[in-house]
Design a protein around this ligand. Structure first.
Ligand code: GDP
Ligand code: ZN
Length: 347
């Protein structure tokens, strides 16, 4: 009998193979298959990313092997780490060591909101602050529209609550500044992190020694966590409207009363429905200024280029017409080859 294809999720990548976690376990409860990629996937230029939903076929249950036949269209994709179809970004910031900076936290929240995934907020190192101070931060962030958790890997506090929060079906990635305890948290959430699934034997062994990629670990049925933290440098959106969409408390106000100006930047102008009596107003304004400055720099760069100039350090220099640019050695060889009707020496 020909085994029909099955659906699963890529949970780890090796050089030319990947591990696929099946939607439904097969005979003998086999739930993971080591899969090759069909060449036609490679030729169509389609890449496989951790988190991808794939169809596998040619299943050999006894050997635990199969081949990826097709990759389903992705919903969300994160660049760093490269993860597809993520459902949750967990922003982690420390309550102390390093001290919590509301502007930095806001920038991370914006970056997380921009991904389109659900955003969870975790305050780490709760053991370093008195209980009342921790409570204050929790309440403050709750007013922003989040349901933050305070955790401490050192004291083992809040980890069950976080695990539970991340046990909903989906794929979660932790993000935040370095030094806040993300790796410690990942290790606490995935105790058997040392037992990597990528352990393969025989001829495939070579695959192990190539670049380490992201690996997804199960926290509960259908709930996965990436084993490496994501972005640790926040990025602002390009447009004010995108920024506005990244503040849940602003969104909540706009749902209640819409602003009388269609292109309002909600900086507390008279007639603005949002007003200025909200906690993160100053942080929002700061981010907006930074965004506009970034826009200005980009527009400036485009103007410089349009004028046929290029920026070199502080100076503007004329951009050289390509015809007058000195040919590279390879270019000269090719030109000579063409002139004398010779084959390209590089071919
Ligand atoms: P990452 O850079 O975000 O991955 O942070 P690490 O997990 O490497 O942790 C950075 C430092 O913070 C290390 O020295 C950890 O021992 C320390 N650390 C991590 N979690 C806690 C915690 O819950 N409480 C305290 N006091 N220190 C912690
Ligand atoms: Zn407004």
């Amino acid at each position: 009998m020909v085994e029909p294809g099955r659906r699963g999720r890529v949970v780890a990548l090796l050089a030319n193979y990947c591990w696929v976690q099946l939607d439904q376990p097969g005979p003998d409860d086999i739930s993971r298959l080591l899969c090759t990629r069909r060449t036609r996937l490679g030729k169509s230029g389609q890449t496989i990313c951790v988190g991808d939903w794939v169809q596998v076929d040619g299943i050999d249950w006894a050997a635990g092997r199969a081949a990826v036949a097709a990759v389903e269209p992705r919903s969300l994709v994160l660049d760093r780490p490269p993860v597809a179809n993520l459902s949750t970004v967990v922003v982690v910031v420390a309550l102390a060591e390093p001290a919590l900076e509301p502007l930095q936290l806001t920038r991370f929240l914006i970056t997380a909101e921009r991904s389109g995934a659900r955003v969870e907020l975790v305050f780490s190192k709760a053991d370093l602050l008195p209980h009342a101070a921790v409570e204050q931060w929790l309440q403050r962030a709750a007013a922003w529209g989040y349901q933050p958790l305070a955790v401490s890997t050192a004291a083992g506090a809040g980890l069950d609550a976080l695990r539970q929060r991340l046990s909903r079906p989906g794929l979660a990635v932790l993000c935040g500044p370095s030094g806040v305890g993300k790796s410690s948290l990942i290790n606490a959430l995935i105790p058997d992190l040392g037992l990597r699934v990528a352990a393969v034997s025989g001829r495939l062994q070579r695959g192990r020694h190539t670049t380490r990629h992201v690996e997804l670990f199960p926290l509960a049925t259908d709930a996965l966590l990436a084993d490496t933290p994501g972005f640790n440098r926040p990025v602002l959106p390009q447009q004010p409207a995108e920024l506005i969409a990244c503040f849940p408390e602003l969104q909540a106000r706009l749902r209640q009363t819409s602003c009388q100006f269609s292109d309002c930047q909600h900086q507390g102008e008279p007639g603005c429905a949002v007003g200025s009596n909200w906690d993160r107003q100053a942080l929002y304004s700061q981010c907006l200024q930074d965004l506009l400055a970034q826009q200005g720099r980009q527009a400036g760069g485009a103007r410089v280029e349009a004028a046929g100039l290029k920026q070199r350090g502080d100076r503007l220099e004329p951009r050289l017409d390509p015809r007058y640019r000195q040919l590279s050695r390879r270019g000269r060889r090719q030109q000579a080859a063409a002139e004398f009707n010779l084959p390209d020496p590089e071919d």
